[in-house]
Write a new protein. Structure first.
Length: 391
């Protein structure tokens, strides 16, 4: 089988073209490999009244990279953004044990290497005080001085120590840690090549899977049949950081495909088990749960995307930008051009879609079609890669 392993993290730079240290880049790779493995069995049904709690036992550079990766990876289908009771929203909680004073640990966490803009918008608690209560974001941080008590019988409570990460990485080959199979990311990026097949769909009945039947056929039988090729375009990535960030976006998105698959399988298994007769069980077995729960998947995907974008240095529109965006509302093409000028300018990086899912319906319903399509395409992508692996 052709080698599709690549090393995209080396291309990411900070503000003013600042290069990250080799140690930081290595920590990103270590954290990604470890977290994806550690959470490989975590999944929730659509209606599960549970959430994941990750406890990080220290605040070393490596553990802060793990905090970053946990925020990128831990997004689940049962998150309930619109629940009026905040404690029932089922956010992923990431607890970090740090002896550092708040004036030291908060700026460190908010550095470009780690959480960047995320703490400006997500809920977090430090010194017993909560900030950004009511945030629509599906992850929250708790910073404590001492290691909390861990319920060893709770499979959704995960304790991570630095030695755990080191031991895991030492047990793997170098390429297993410091490179990424980018096929899923490349295949995911190809949905944007479908053009008018998705663009011309009206922004109505967005989660009706039948609307995407033609686009899905073209995608499955044409786009997925082409060799994956490389994610990294060196000539572009060396010159334009926005291309690097967009490429990494596909990586982070694709990293959650197996989580989506597990959750759909778990939801379907529970539905089958709940049936009282074999006849009803057979009916449920034939149902396409990717279609049935497209909206729930899309909500989770948007929540994941928001966290990723904030971690990559994007921000919501400021008041001045929102006023200009509203002024251009009668002029569709000019408004689109303006929005692109904000999100594609590496010096600005503001994005209209950095908002709650309910607000997204109002400000940018057209873009919701891509999430709906992608969620339907995930099983096709995973199936294609399985075929490639066997060939």
């Amino acid at each position: 089988m052709k080698d599709y392993n690549e090393r995209p993290f080396e291309y990411l730079k900070g503000k003013n073209d600042r290069k990250f240290s080799s140690e930081t880049v290595k920590n990103w790779y270590k954290a990604r490999a470890f977290v994806l493995d550690k959470l490989k069995d975590v999944a929730f049904k659509v209606d599960d009244n549970n959430h994941l709690h990750v406890v990080l036992a220290s605040d070393s550079d490596l553990m802060l990279a793990v905090a970053r990766q946990a925020a990128l990876s831990a997004h689940y289908i049962n998150y309930d953004e619109e629940n009026g009771k905040e404690e029932k929203r089922r956010r992923t909680v990431i607890t970090l044990v740090s002896k550092k004073e708040s004036k030291i640990i908060l700026p460190l966490l908010s550095s470009e290497e780690y959480l960047y803009n995320l703490l400006d918008h997500c809920k977090y608690t430090i010194d017993g005080k909560s900030v950004h209560k009511g945030s629509y974001i599906d992850v929250e941080f708790v910073i404590v001085k001492d290691l909390p008590e861990i319920d060893e019988n709770n499979r959704n409570e995960v304790l991570i120590k630095e030695d755990d990460v080191a031991s895991f990485c030492n047990s793997k080959l170098e390429d297993e840690i410091y490179s990424i199979d980018t096929r899923k990311a490349v295949f995911a990026s190809r949905m944007y090549d479908l053009g008018t097949l998705i663009e011309n769909l009206p922004a109505e009945n967005i989660h009706d899977a039948h609307r995407y039947a033609l686009a899905l056929d073209v995608y499955q039988f044409q786009k997925l049949q082409e060799p994956p090729g490389k994610l990294i375009n060196e000539s572009k990535w060396e010159k334009k950081q926005i291309d690097v960030k967009n490429g990494l976006s596909n990586v982070f998105c694709a990293d959650c495909f197996e989580t989506r698959e597990r959750e759909i399988a778990k939801t379907k298994d529970a539905a089958i088990e709940a049936c009282q007769t074999e006849e009803k069980k057979e009916i449920v077995r034939k149902e396409n749960f990717w279609e049935k729960y497209n909206e729930a998947l899309c909500r989770s995907e948007h929540a994941r995307w928001v966290v990723e974008k904030l971690l990559m240095g994007f921000r919501p529109l400021n008041n001045e930008e929102r006023i200009e965006d509203e002024r251009l509302s009668p002029y569709k093409d000019k408004r689109k051009e303006y929005r692109n000028s904000l999100k594609k300018n590496i010096e600005i990086l503001s994005h209209i879609d950095l908002c709650s899912y309910s607000d997204l319906r109002r400000v940018d319903p057209d873009n919701m079609k891509y999430d709906s399509f992608l969620m339907l395409a995930i099983p096709k992508i995973l199936e294609q890669i399985q075929k490639d692996d066997k060939s």
